[in-house]
Design a protein around this ligand. Sequence first.
Ligand SMILES: Nc1ncnc2c1ncn2[C@@H]1O[C@H](COP(=O)(O)OP(=O)(O)OP(=O)(O)O)[C@@H](O)[C@H]1O
Ligand SMILES: [Mg+2]
Length: 274
Amino acid sequence: MISFENVTFTYTDEEHNVLEDISVEIPQGQFVCVLGANGSGKSTFSKLINALLLPDSGTVMVDGLETSNSENTFAIRSRAGSVFQNPDDQIVASLVENDVAFGPENLGIPNPELRQRVENALAQVGLTGFEKRETTALSGGQKQRVAIAGVLAMEPQILIFDEASAMLDVRGRRGLMRVCKELNAQGMTVVMITHYMEEAAEADRVLVLREGSIVLDGTPEEVLTQDAVLRELNLDVPFATHLSRLLQDRGVDIPTYVDQDSLKEALWHWYSTT
Ligand SMILES: Nc1ncnc2c1ncn2[C@@H]1O[C@H](COP(=O)(O)OP(=O)(O)OP(=O)(O)O)[C@@H](O)[C@H]1O
Ligand SMILES: [Mg+2]
């Protein structure tokens, strides 16, 4: 669904390459989290996916379409939708239903399909009944869900989240993650940039960027347990990993986990069999 081949990119006023020879393939339906320190190139990477930026060398393909060919731009942007950090920057209308309709309306989708798309998108993010609500009166988490609904109403195949949960509280973050997991379960390809290890632990795959290069690429279990590399990038191992190791040190016979639910289950099993 997404393919980077030897992609190099630099902004005009930067001396060094912001992305350096990136090659990566993301198959349809994969849930990928991207981690990395500030300035490592995560947002740049995501903007290359939907042709907001074009590579200086190498190729980026989305669903078989090369982003550098301007004839593909419209098709690529309707396949890959982005949700950003600040919900207030993404809301354009004062009523929820108008905001969600904005994107597909610009794609030229007529009624009654437009209404149907708005209804479906709101249902997918758990905001059925919010159609006539004022967008300014919503919580941060609700606004992010409206922003996602606006992207979903364009019926994309790829959802890109660039630290979309960064301004939310724990509950808002969990709600957003639940929505992402459900969409992914329905076949959506998800690229999620995050600083939260708990989110990365739930992905199918984790990519770690350092100064524009991919330095780790694997399952959450493979990547999130690499303390030394993560610490060097100012990232922490997930709480469940840390706790697994503390328990192992105290003689509890369990593997090292990255997500809390698996750890809880293993602990329960250990407890009830010893
Ligand atoms: N519009 C721009 N013009 C010039 N340089 C930029 C621009 N956007 C980003 N950069 C530079 O490119 C590099 C990578 O930035 P990018 O925003 O991709 O990093 P990031 O990993 O998303 O960081 P953060 O965690 O802070 O969001 C940085 O050195 C940054 O200063
Ligand atoms: Mg960024």
